[in-house]
Design a protein around this ligand. Structure first.
Ligand SMILES: NC(=O)c1ccc[n+]([C@@H]2O[C@H](COP(=O)([O-])OP(=O)(O)OC[C@H]3O[C@@H](n4cnc5c(N)ncnc54)[C@H](O)[C@@H]3O)[C@@H](O)[C@H]2O)c1
Length: 451
């Protein structure tokens, strides 16, 4: 049988696919097309009959051809009998729907029902079996909801008597087959990497990078991707709307915007860390949203950015308050390392809030010290935040010595310095998400607010 790269290989693992909707029928047809033996399962008899007769149950490019071919080659069949499907396969993929309830909560009833059915069948099975959840579920669902049902229904233990993995699907309807056969990557989640052996075998002919990770990371990676897609669509539409009302050509703007793969379409600005600040982002977001208001436009995504940023500063205040300590060393006052620009620095906002809550704060920043500052920044400190200027010290040792809690406000402090001066009893709150190699170890607590 042809694999996506044109090679031929033998039938290897036997798979059952629960749910013959968009994800399930595409997965079933594609796994069959790369040489695996597949048995589809659905409660909907007409979908089962269609697949079993070689007809696609969904309208989707290339599906008619793949289902017919799988059927002709006797590699793709379907049944309504879930027990038989488990007994006849090595791996069960669960692709049933996870719709929204009226209040927005995820409806797990289909998954729970299938887990009970598969668990009951596992109770009768002597040989090894891998349960793979492919439906989109919130982090923790596989471990806290699905595994207990499987264990109760089977009377067996996950991890020893059978294994459980999470393998999210990234296909888009309309190009689902080519997305399956040429995915951006494959994510395989398990409690123990050894549980992934059958999945490695199943995906060995599918190109792209494979991430082997924990179940919860795999579950979350799917949501983060979809949330980001939604953010991108919302952003593009709001920006386009603003362009249209300003008489600016949105298409050309987009073409130029997306041509920057260093800062715009890239991992830049996508690392969980501290709030944005500085002389540009807050001011420019404010100007755009004010302009939108003048045009009577509602742009809720752009309007949400400054409140979201302020909320992040609040999270830092709360993290400090949770320590129940009063003496704080703030390392980093400017919005990022390598600048002494304090305009709209969220670090300054944080210190103001901490002082308001009665904390004792000392501040150190390699790039900002009253002695070195000149011109507008010196004036800014003396006129706008004189109370913070008086907390600044050029001596890192002194600032650290008196503190119970050390806040890493930007990346200006080096690990060697931290390791030299930090005491084991001090708590570090790392707002900027230092690279693991740059983090101090051997101290009471080292934590972030969004990592
Ligand atoms: N549609 C997509 O493009 C897409 C992409 C990636 C991930 N997902 C996720 O994959 C999951 C499935 O989505 P979908 O669009 O394929 O759903 P769907 O509604 O098209 O299909 C679900 C299928 O499951 C069947 N089913 C329900 N209960 C069953 C049971 N007890 N036993 C056997 N079959 C049963 C239904 O009859 C239906 O055919 C969802 O969690 C979804 O969020 C969807």
């Amino acid at each position: 049988m042809r694999d996506p790269r044109g090679g031929i290989h033998d039938v290897s693992l036997s798979i059952s696919v629960f749910g013959l909707g968009y994800v399930g029928s595409v997965s079933a047809a594609c796994f069959a097309s790369i040489g695996h033996k597949v048995l589809g399962v659905d409660v909907n008899r007409s979908k089962v009959e269609m697949v079993d007769c070689g007809r696609s149950p969904i309208i989707e490019a290339r599906m008619d051809e793949l289902v017919a071919e799988g059927n002709r080659a006797c590699r793709l069949h379907a049944t309504v009998d879930s027990t038989a499907a488990v007994l006849q396969s090595d791996v069960s993929f669960v692709c049933v729907g996870t719709p929204s309830l009226r209040n927005g909560k995820l409806d797990l009833s289909h998954i729970e029902k299938v887990a009970r059915e598969i668990g009951t069948a596992l109770g009768q099975k002597k040989s090894a079996h891998t349960f793979v959840l492919r439906s989109t579920v919130l982090p923790g669902t596989t471990e806290s909801r699905v595994i207990p049902i499987l264990e109760r229904a089977s009377g067996k233990r996950a991890g020893s008597d059978f294994t459980v993995c999470y393998n999210p699907e990234f296909m888009r309807e309309g190009s689902a087959v080519s997305d399956f056969l040429q995915p951006p990557y494959t994510i395989l989640g398990a409690q123990n990497a050894s549980h992934l052996a059958p999945l490695r075998e199943l995906y060995k002919d599918v190109p792209g990078r494979v991430f082997e990770t924990t179940v919860t990371v795999a579950e979350m990676a799917k949501y983060v991707s979809n949330a980001f897609h939604a953010v991108k669509v919302g952003f593009a539409n709001e920006v386009g709307t603003l362009c249209k009302h300003l008489g600016v050509d949105a298409q050309t703007v987009t073409e130029i915007f997306t041509a920057d793969t260093r800062l715009n379409i890239s991992p830049a600005y996508l690392s969980p860390g501290f709030a944005f600040g500085g002389s540009c982002l807050p001011k420019d977001v404010r100007a755009l949203t004010y302009q939108a208001k003048e045009l009577d436009l509602k742009l809720p995504l752009l309007e949400s950015l400054l409140p979201s940023n302020a909320e992040h500063v609040e999270r830092a205040v709360e993290a400090v308050m949770r320590t129940n300590k009063r003496k704080i060393a703030q390392l980093g006052l400017s919005f990022k390392v390598g600048t002494d620009d304090l305009r709209e620095s969220p670090q300054v906002q944080l210190i103001k809030r901490l002082l308001g809550e009665g904390f004792e704060v000392r501040v150190w920043d390699r790039d900002v010290s009253l002695g070195r500052l000149a011109g507008s920044n010196r004036q800014y400190i003396e006129e706008v935040i004189p109370h913070i200027g008086s907390l600044l010290s050029t001596d890192l040792t002194t600032v650290l010595r008196s503190a119970d809690v050390v806040i890493l406000g930007n990346k200006s402090v080096a690990k060697e310095e931290l390791l030299t001066y930090l005491r084991a009893d001090q708590i570090v709150i790392d707002l900027v998400n230092l690279d693991k190699r740059g983090r101090a170890d051997g101290i009471a607590a080292y934590e972030g607010i969004c990592w």
